[in-house]
Each structure stands twice: as structure tokens, then as C-alpha cells.
Design a protein around this ligand. Structure first.
Ligand SMILES: CC(C)(COP(=O)(O)OP(=O)(O)OC[C@H]1O[C@@H](n2cnc3c(N)ncnc32)[C@H](O)[C@@H]1OP(=O)(O)O)[C@@H](O)C(=O)NCCC(=O)NCCS
Length: 366
């Protein structure tokens, strides 16, 4: 992805800070896109020396079980208040999507407070997370543990190792983990046993994830003890209201324990997504559908309009879906398997590896 000249980049970041943080600094919150040491990029539209619209973009390789899939993240989309409604953000989003696709991303993801703007530009809810809500009076339902303390920079290497044990994650370097953990407003706790840090958890992150534990790793009982410790610390600070725990759909044993404690969860959407490269998505579909599957893109004429469709063939027959519906099969919102099951019935393929349990931890979002 092309780098902006340093002065344009600085003005683009200043616009993001003005619009999103009332002028307060943003770089420490999003080091992977705003610190030039890391791979993220800032994109901008400039008119007569003024940056009028800007956004950030970051290519990430997501580890999903045995697969690694490349997706692009977009964030901090802003237009100068005096230049809104002229199509600038729409144009910049398209540029960001093209740049990410050129860098090999088949999918773009973003997290927006208000999804409507993106819905109207072809983005849709994708993926799944299970969000547990813990009311403050429920803290006693979780068992505690000894050895819990606030993390220090010395722990960041151990925390990174625990992060890389997650089956679903981003291929993140240790320097990236360090920079992310150093961000503002993150309460990171660890459990230390003898010399080893065996579990960690992060609550809050800058202006995001208020009262939310968004990243953790370790044995289930240790993670729950950390959740309890975050809740106790919140109470000691005088904070009221529930604590939220974000979990990937594959953390099934942790989910069982939480449900066993009488805690309830909601199926959440992971992000908003947009398909960037249908051919790469088809190759992924073929890899996930197994050796009996044959996948092709074919142009079908529908009421005088020709549109690309995906044809999936298996032992029992074939199934055709519009290219735009690929995400509903690969990464459906809330992990719903309705489309996958219909495809499996029509083709005779097992399709057990679908949907793809791609997951982004809190520090991975931009
Ligand atoms: C959202 C934002 C980036 C749009 O920038 P923009 O350059 O004006 O966008 P465009 O000109 O391409 O599109 C404008 C259209 O989007 C609509 N729009 C703007 N914000 C919207 C929202 N939150 N929901 C739905 N539609 C929205 C406008 O009403 C306008 O519609 P119209 O074309 O029918 O008149 C800009 O309003 C902004 O900076 N907002 C504050 C920061 C923000 O919320 N960023 C997104 C978080 S990642």
C-alpha cells in the first residue's frame, strides 16, 4: 500500500483526532496504523493543501485453525465537517478497499459505531462473537485465584506467547503486541504461578471497549478468575454497571463454564465486512469444502442482466449462489449456518469446516 508523504499523513491524523477525539491524541490507541514503525497505512483526500477526508487501513493475516486468511481492516473514517455530503468518504472507502485487495486481502472488516453508512455502501454484518454480560452482583459466582496482579512491561513477552496459543487470532508480532498493550486505558491483568505468567486479560482500550474484557488467554478457570478480578477492581473504583466478556465462538468449554455459573450471553456480530476478491474467496471456499468439491465462478444471465455467480458442485448435485452472498456462507453474521446447510443438502458435501470461525481479539481491531 502506498505511503502518504509525512506532512499529509500528519494532517490526516490531526483530522481523525479532531473528529473522533475532540483533538486528543489517537496514535497511542492505534499504533499499528498510526505509528510508522508498523504496517498500517493512512489514506487521505487532499484539496488545495487541506486534508478533507481520511481513514486508516491495515492488512492482517488471520490464523483460523489450520488456515491463514488475509483480510484488510479499515478504521477511523472521517470527513472534515465542512466537506461532508460530497461523496468524499465513499470515494476514500473505495480507495482503501482497492488498496487492501491489491495487498492480497479477500475481505475487508471494520467496526463502526453506526453501521448504517457502511450498510448503504455494500458492507454487511459478518462473523460471530459470544458476548457474556456479568452484572456486578454476579461476581461471586466466579471462583478466584491467587497470583493475580496488574501486568507490567516485563510480562508482555509472556502475554504475547499466551496470545499465540489461541486457535483463532491474527498473526501478530511480539513488537506489535507490546505496542498494543502500551496503549492508553487498558487494564491488563495476569496470573503468575511460580515464575510463569499462565493467563492474561485486557479490559478497556482508549475510547473503545468500556467495561469490556476483549482479549484474554489461559486455562478456562484462570480466565474466569481474571474476569472476577476485573469486576472487583471496577467495584473498588466505584464503577457501576455490568462487565462484558467477549469470546470467540470456538471457546466452547469456557462458554459451558460461564453458563454453568448461570451467566447468559448474546450472539454478537464480529464486524462489518465486504468481499474484496471473489476469486480468492472461491479458492478459500474450495479449500474448506473438501476434496470432493468443485467451485467455479460463472456468469449467469438473470432477467437480461449478467451477473457472476458461484457454482459449488458435489456428489449429490450443484448449488448456485450470487457472488455477493459468498460472505453469508464463509462468514455469516452470528455464525448462522442456514446457507451452509442448504448448500450441503444440495451438493451432498459435508461442509463441516464452514462457516470459517475467523475471530479478531480486541487489540487486533482498528
Ligand atoms: C461518516 C462520515 C465519514 C461521512 O463522510 P462524508 O464524506 O460526508 O460521506 P459521503 O459524502 O461519502 O456520504 C455522505 C452520505 O452519508 C450519509 N451519512 C453520513 N453519516 C451517516 C451515518 N452515520 N449513517 C448513515 N448515513 C450517513 C449522509 O447523510 C450522506 O447521505 P446522502 O449522500 O444521501 O446525502 C462523516 O460524516 C464523518 O466524519 N462523521 C464523523 C466520524 C464518523 O462517524 N466516522 C465513522 C466511524 S469509523
Amino acid at each position: 500500500m502506498e505511503q502518504l508523504a509525512a506532512s499529509v499523513r500528519a494532517r490526516a491524523v490531526a483530522l481523525m483526532e479532531q473528529v473522533l477525539r475532540g483533538g486528543a491524541p489517537l496514535a497511542a490507541e492505534y499504533p499499528l496504523v498510526l505509528d510508522p514503525r508498523f504496517p498500517g497505512r493512512v489514506l487521505a483526500i487532499e484539496e488545495r493543501g487541506v486534508v478533507v477526508s481520511a481513514c486508516a487501513a491495515l492488512v492482517r493475516d488471520f490464523v483460523v485453525g489450520q488456515h491463514t486468511v488475509r483480510a484488510g481492516l479499515i478504521g477511523s473514517v472521517v470527513t472534515h465537517p465542512e466537506h461532508r455530503g460530497r461523496g468524499l468518504a465513499t470515494e476514500l472507502l473505495l480507495r482503501a478497499e482497492r488498496a487492501l485487495a491489491q495487498d492480497g486481502a479477500w475481505l475487508a472488516l471494520l467496526w463502526a459505531d453506526d453501521p448504517l453508512f457502511y450498510d448503504e455502501r455494500g458492507w454487511r454484518p459478518v462473523g460471530c462473537e459470544l458476548d457474556f454480560v456479568l452484572e456486578s452482583w454476579q461476581e461471586g459466582r466466579l471462583a478466584g485465584a491467587s497470583g493475580i496482579r496488574a501486568a507490567a512491561p516485563d510480562d508482555w513477552g509472556a502475554i504475547h506467547r499466551l496470545y499465540t496459543r489461541q486457535r483463532e487470532r491474527v498473526d501478530r508480532s511480539i513488537d506489535e503486541t507490546r505496542a498494543l498493550l502500551a496503549g492508553p486505558g487498558i487494564e491488563t491483568l495476569v496470573i503468575q504461578r511460580e515464575r510463569d505468567v499462565v493467563a492474561y486479560s485486557c479490559l478497556g482500550r482508549g475510547g473503545d471497549f468500556a467495561r469490556t474484557i476483549h482479549e484474554w488467554s489461559g486455562a478456562d478457570q484462570d480466565v474466569l478468575a481474571l474476569v472476577r478480578a476485573h469486576m472487583q477492581r471496577a467495584k473498588a473504583r466505584g464503577a457501576s454497571g455490568p462487565t462484558y466478556l467477549l469470546t470467540p465462538p470456538t471457546a466452547r468449554t469456557l462458554h459451558e463454564r460461564l453458563r454453568g455459573c448461570g451467566l447468559t450471553c448474546a450472539d454478537g456480530v464480529l464486524a462489518q465486512g465486504k468481499l474484496l476478491d471473489p476469486q480468492a474467496a472461491c479458492a478459500l471456499l474450495a479449500a474448506l469444502a473438501g476434496p470432493q468439491a468443485v467451485v467455479s465462478i460463472e456468469t449467469l444471465v438473470e432477467s437480461a442482466e449478467s451477473r457472476p455467480h458461484i457454482v459449488l458442485r458435489g456428489p449429490a448435485g450443484e448449488s448456485i449462489l450470487p457472488e455477493n452472498d459468498l460472505l453469508d456462507v464463509l462468514l455469516p453474521a452470528r455464525g448462522r449456518r442456514t446457507r451452509v446447510e442448504a448448500l450441503a443438502r444440495e451438493t451432498g458435501l459435508a461442509l463441516d469446516a464452514l462457516p470459517l470461525p475467523l475471530f479478531a481479539w480486541g487489540l487486533d481491531s482498528i
